[in-house]
Design a protein around this ligand. Structure first.
Ligand SMILES: [Zn+2]
Length: 192
C-alpha cells in the first residue's frame, strides 16, 4: 500500500552526475541552492502525500528538549528495506560530526485496506545516518515528535489538493511518550 518515489541519480548540466542526497542537503558547494529539507511520504488508497518540514521539526526539538529513543533494529531494518530507499554511495558522504545526530520520527495512523487504523512510524530525518549505523552494527537513536508537533509541520495532499489531516480521536503521541522533559509544576509554582 505504501509507495515512495526516489530519484537515484541526478545529472546537472555543466556539473555532471551528483549524489542526489548531497544535492538535496545543499552539500555541493558548486551549487547555490538553499534547500529547505522536506520529507515526503506517499500513500495509496487514496493517492496522497504527506510532506514534513524537517527544518521546522529540528526547531521544535530545539525548543522543547526531549530524550532520544533507540530505534528497534527489526523496525529499522524493515524501514530501510521496505519503506524507503537508501542511496548507498551517500553513506560515505555523511560528515563525521553529523553521524551521531539523532534521527527524527513521527507517528501517523495508517489504515491498511480492510483493517482499522494503526500507528505507523515514519523516519522523516536521518535515514542515511541510520543506514550507516546499521551497516556498522551500532545502535541508532531518534527523537519522536508529538502528534500536535508533527501535524503542525505536515502538509497533506490528496490527489494533489491540500486537505486537513483526518483525525482519530484519543490517539497520537503525547508529550510523555515523546520523552519531552517537562518542567515540574512545583518548579513553575516556585518561580511564580
Ligand atoms: Zn551524498
Amino acid at each position: 500500500m505504501f509507495m515512495d518515489s526516489i530519484i537515484s541519480r541526478v545529472i546537472l548540466p555543466g556539473v555532471g552526475p551528483v549524489c542526489p542526497e548531497c544535492l538535496s542537503r545543499g552539500h555541493l558547494p558548486a551549487l547555490r541552492l538553499s534547500p529547505r529539507e522536506v520529507y515526503s511520504f506517499g500513500l495509496t488508497e487514496p493517492q496522497s502525500q504527506l510532506d514534513w518540514d524537517v527544518d521546522a521539526a529540528r526547531a521544535l526539538i530545539a525548543a522543547r528538549p526531549r530524550t532520544t529513543q533507540r530505534l528497534d533494529p527489526v523496525w529499522l531494518n524493515n524501514w530501510l528495506t521496505e519503506r524507503t530507499s537508501v542511496t548507498a554511495e551517500h553513506l560515505d558522504h555523511i560528515p563525521a560530526d553529523k553521524l551521531d545526530e539523532p534521527a527524527i520520527l513521527v507517528e501517523i495512523m495508517a489504515c491498511p485496506p480492510g483493517a482499522s487504523p494503526q500507528p505507523f512510524r515514519i523516519l522523516i530525518d536521518g535515514t542515511h545516518r541510520a543506514a550507516s549505523k546499521q551497516r556498522d552494527r551500532q545502535d541508532c537513536w531518534a527523537y519522536l515528535l508529538t502528534e500536535e508537533e508533527q501535524r503542525s509541520i505536515c502538509t497533506y495532499r490528496v490527489e494533489g489538493q491540500v486537505v486537513e489531516v483526518s483525525t482519530f480521536p484519543g490517539r497520537g503521541v503525547g508529550e510523555r511518550e515523546a520523552g519531552i522533559i517537562l518542567r515540574s509544576a512545583a518548579a513553575s509554582d516556585a518561580v511564580a
